[in-house]
Design a protein around this ligand. Structure first.
Ligand code: SF4
Length: 383
C-alpha cells in the first residue's frame, strides 16, 4: 500500500503517522510518500517496518519501491498513465508543484521549492488518458491552482492540435470538454478566479471551489503572509453566487494563530456567519519546525486555541446543517463511490460529506432525491 503523507502542520503530521500505522496493520506492506517523507527519522522511529520512504513529488522513487517489492506487470496502457492511488472512478490531476508564496506558518516552499507548472499539453493528455481509462471525476490539485502557468508566463501549449495557454481559465475550459466532473482545489481568490465561475454556471466544470481563506482579519492575514488577502472576499462570494447560485465553497481556517486576540477571533466568527460557506475545516495553530511564524510574539495558550476551535466548529456546524437542510426535496446527480454511498457536486472525496441511499454501483452517475439532512450528510432515494 502507498501512503501519501502531509507535513504541512503538526495535526497533519500526526494524522499521516496514524495513517501509516493503520496501513501497516491492515496490509503490512507500506511505501510512504509525500511531504512527510523528508522526515525519514521520525517515520522510521515510529514505524520501522515500512518498506520505503520517498519524498514529495517523487513518482519514480515510489515506482521503484513498488516494483522492488511487487513485480511490475506489463500493461502498455497503464504504463503510459503512471500511478493512480484512488478508486478507479476518480483521480487527482496535479497541475503544478511548489509555491511562490511564503505563508509564515507553512514550510512547503522550503521542501518543494517555487512554483513549477506542468505544460498544459501534458496535463490535458494525462486527463484524457484517465478519462479513457474510466475516470468519471478529475480533482485538480496543486499548492496554488490559480497561479497555474505564472512561472512560465502562461506559455502556449498544444492539445488536440489546438493552441491552449498554460493558465487556469484555459485549463478549466479544456477539461470541461472531456465530459466528466472537474473539481478545483486550492484556489486563491485572485481576480481571474471570477472567470471560471461562468464555466461552473454553464455546467462545464463542477460548481465547487476550494478556497483556503485561513482567516478573516487583515492583521492576522498579514501576519500569515497570505496571498490575495486584500481581496474583498464577502463581495466576491456574493457575486460568484449571483452568477452561479449552486456554487459550493469549501475553505479551511487556522484559529489561535500567534497574536490572535479575542476580538479578532470574534471577527472571524462573524465572517463565518456572513460568508455562509458550505464546507469548512479548522485547525488550531501548531508551530512547524522551520516556519517563520514560530518567531511571532504572543503565542495563544493551548486551552484557548482548543476552545476557539470548538466555538468555530459549532458556529460552522449550524451553518452547514442549515445549508444541507435546504437540499431536502431536491434531486441531485451523484457519483456512486460504493453501493449506498455517493457524492454530489458539493462533496469532494474524503474531505466533505456524502449522500446515502440504497443501491447503486461504484462509478456510476445516478439521480438521488434527498429526503433528509444531517449535519454533514444527506439521505435519499435513487430515482
Ligand atoms: S500558498 Fe502558502 S500555505 Fe499554500 S503552499 Fe504556498 S506557502 Fe504554503
Amino acid at each position: 500500500m502507498i501512503v501519501n503523507t502531509c507535513g504541512f502542520i503538526d495535526a497533519a503530521v500526526e494524522e499521516s503517522l496514524g495513517a501509516i500505522g493503520e496501513a501497516l496493520a491492515g496490509n503490512g506492506k507500506v511505501v510512504v510518500t509525500g511531504c512527510l517523507g523528508v522526515k525519514q527519522d521520525l517515520i522510521k522511529k515510529m514505524h520501522p517496518s515500512v518498506l520505503a520512504i520517498t519524498g514529495p513529488h517523487d513518482t519514480p522513487a515510489v515506482m521503484k519501491a513498488v516494483h522492488a517489492h511487487l513485480p511490475k506487470p506489463h500493461d502498455p496502457y497503464t504504463d503510459l498513465i503512471g500511478v493512480k492511488l484512488t478508486p478507479p472512478h476518480y483521480a487527482y490531476l496535479k497541475i503544478s508543484e511548489g509555491c511562490n508564496h511564503r505563508c509564515s506558518f507553512c514550510i512547503i516552499p522550503s521542501m518543494r521549492g517555487d512554483l513549477v507548472s506542468r505544460p498544459i499539453g501534458e496535463v490535458m493528455q494525462e486527463a484524457e488518458n484517465l478519462v479513457k481509462a474510466g475516470v468519471k471525476e478529475l480533482l485538480v490539485i496543486s499548492q496554488d491552482t490559480s497561479a497555474y502557468g505564472v512561472d512560465i508566463k502562461y506559455r502556449t501549449g498544444f492539445w488536440r492540435g489546438r493552441p491552449v495557454k498554460t493558465r487556469m481559465t484555459q485549463l478549466c475550459e479544456s477539461l470541461g470538454e472531456l465530459g466528466v466532473w472537474v473539481r478545483l482545489h486550492y484556489v486563491y481568490p485572485y481576480p481571474h478566479v471570477d472567470d471560471v465561475i461562468p464555466l461552473m454556471a454553464e455546467g462545464r466544470i463542477l460548481p465547487y471551489l476550494d478556497v483556503p481563506f485561513q482567516h478573516a482579519t487583515p492583521r492576522i492575514l498579514k501576519l500569515m503572509r497570505r496571498p490575495a488577502s486584500a481581496e474583498k472576499v464577502l463581495q466576491r462570494l456574493e457575486e460568484w453566487r449571483r452568477i452561479c447560485p449552486d456554487l459550493t465553497v469549501r475553505s479551511t481556517f487556522i484559529v489561535g494563530f500567534p497574536g490572535e486576540t479575542e476580538a479578532e477571533f470574534s471577527e472571524l466568527l462573524q465572517f463565518l456567519g456572513e460568508a455562509q460557506l458550505d464546507r469548512v475545516g479548522c485547525f488550531a495553530y501548531s508551530p512547524v519546525d522551520g516556519a517563520a511564524a514560530n518567531e511571532l510574539p504572543d503565542a495563544v495558550a493551548e486551552e484557548v486555541k482548543a476552545f476557539r476551535k470548538e466555538r468555530f466548529m459549532l458556529t460552522q456546524a449550524k451553518i452547514s446543517a442549515a445549508k444541507l437542510q435546504r437540499k431536502v426535496g431536491r434531486t441531485l446527480r451523484v457519483l456512486v463511490d460504493a453501493p449506498g454511498v455517493g457524492r454530489s457536486s458539493a462533496d469532494a472525496p474524503e474531505i466533505d460529506g456524502v449522500v446515502r441511499f440504497k443501491g447503486g454501483k461504484a462509478g456510476e452517475f445516478r439521480q438521488v432525491r434527498v429526503e433528509r439532512a444531517g449535519e454533514h450528510e444527506l439521505y435519499g432515494r435513487l430515482q
